[in-house]
Design a protein around this ligand. Structure first.
Ligand code: UD1
Ligand code: UDP
Length: 383
């Protein structure tokens, strides 16, 4: 039973569900919590996944404890009804940890996809660093995307045989859609595509992290407003997260400017198309940090730390924090200094090769005694 509830989990679970559907020995029963709604549904539609169970728990501005409690209570009923052989949870959201707790308490093995990511700061990202550590304690099978995440798990004395390197399924999803260059629905983005054809540069921006909400996010908004004023020949495109707290912090500083385009959350195919048109990506997203390096796009990460050091080491990702002046200066450098830009623009793929979904299913089959694991993903990091 794949269990998920937010946009990034849906994107990263889709390749696992597709591989389960293709399996001769396993069958998925798909359960979504509805922690997200519009942003979840648009991913399921794209990948043609119809959940078997949907808890629909979303409420505006609900607390983490409310999300956790509703998830565990709702999942408990579904687990009782279906009694799956195993559950699969992905990453570090509240849905993901709730799914692990609910399954563990019913004696059902937990498979953790994207296991072993660590920032080593329990408060950042909040609450995700704690969520993924809790899930590690409960899982029977730990699917590490890279050798870095495997080593984190081994350092925490997870049994080596229970850890298996798959690559990240986000790269399977990316490869599935990015070459299609899915046309944009929003007329403003059709104009952006035409402007790029004509030689304009694009800075793509996404932000939503809970620990950045408030003053830090307002500082990012102010930096974006100044950047748009200073670089009037560059387009700044922000697909805005649905969270009203995020919108209230950032949008007042940038809305209405001629070279700023604010859109609703984009369907995944359109978002990856937009990454491919962009020159610089400015983000606090986890998934975008994994996708953009594969497309050779320099990524400036608005966080103090990252649980995804692989592309930082490779030079395509730089951690810049959220200080207004720093954000302004780092973006300006990449827009004006071609040597600095070229030094960051090499494509690197430490996160996957597009086969993580199949590897995941092979490992679940082995866990359940109905198959053998495929060879591990080689991330090329030499670990
Ligand atoms: C959640 C995850 C975070 C992940 C992020 C991806 C937790 C604690 N956080 O954070 O790890 O990086 O998703 O985006 O699990 N909303 C809508 N419609 C939607 C989605 C969100 O209206 O489709 C609004 C609601 O008002 C909701 C709010 O956004 O209450 C926040 O959603 P929530 O899932 O609590 O947190 P995120 O910040 O999205
Ligand atoms: N994404 C999308 N549409 C958007 C913005 C992002 O499909 O408008 C995708 C993006 O390609 C990535 C994922 O959503 O795969 C990241 O989600 P988010 O940043 O919300 O969460 P995180 O990865 O930080 O947990």
């Amino acid at each position: 039973m794949p269990i998920y509830g937010t946009r990034p989990e849906a994107i990263k679970m889709a390749p696992i569900i597709k591989a389960l559907e293709a399996s001769d020995v396993l069958k998925p029963v798909v359960t979504v919590t509805g922690q997200h709604r519009e942003m979840l549904d648009q991913v399921n539609e794209l990948f043609e996944i119809t959940p078997d169970f949907d808890l629909n728990i979303i409420q505006p501005r609900q607390t983490l404890n409310a999300v956790m409690a509703k998830n565990i209570a709702g999942l408990d009923e579904v687990l009782e009804e279906v009694a799956p052989e195993a559950v699969v949870v992905q990453g570090d959201t509240t849905t993901s940890t709730a799914g692990a707790i609910a399954a563990f308490n019913r004696g059902i093995p937990v498979v953790h996809a994207e296991a072993g990511l660590r920032s080593f700061n329990i408060f950042s990202p909040f609450p995700e660093e704690a969520n993924r550590k809790i899930t590690t304690q409960l899982a029977s099978l730990h699917l590490a995307p890279t050798s870095v995440s495997r080593d984190n798990l081994l350092r925490e004395t997870v049994t080596p045989e229970d850890v298996y390197i798959t690559g990240n399924t986000v790269i399977d999803a990316l490869y599935d859609v990015v070459d299609k260059k899915v046309p944009f629905d929003d007329p403003a983005l059709k104009d952006v595509a035409a402007d790029v054809e004509a030689g304009k540069k694009v800075v793509l921006v996404t932000t939503h992290r809970r620990e950045n909400q408030g003053d830090a996010m307002r500082g990012v908004g102010r930096a974006l407003g100044r950047l748009a004023d200073q670089h009037s020949d560059v387009l700044f495109v922000l697909p805005a997260h649905k969270n009203p707290v995020v919108r209230e912090a950032v949008l007042p500083f940038i809305e209405g400017k001629e070279n700023v385009v604010v859109t609703e959350p984009l369907a995944y195919g359109q978002f990856t198309h937009l990454i491919s048109l962009s020159n610089v990506v400015l983000t606090d997203s986890g998934g975008v940090q994994e996708e953009a390096p594969g497309l050779g796009k320099p990524v400036l990460v608005m966080r103090e730390n990252t649980e995804r050091p692989e592309a930082v080491t490779a030079g395509t990702v730089r951690l810049i924090g959220t200080d207004e002046e720093r954000v302004y200066n780092e973006v300006t450098t990449l827009l004006t200094d071609s040597a600095a830009y070229n030094a960051m623009a090499a494509a690197v793929n430490p996160y996957g090769d597009g086969k993580a979904g199949d590897r995941t299913v092979s490992a679940i089959a082995e866990l359940l005694g109905v198959g053998e694991r495929a060879a591990e993903f080689d991330d090329g990091l030499g670990n």
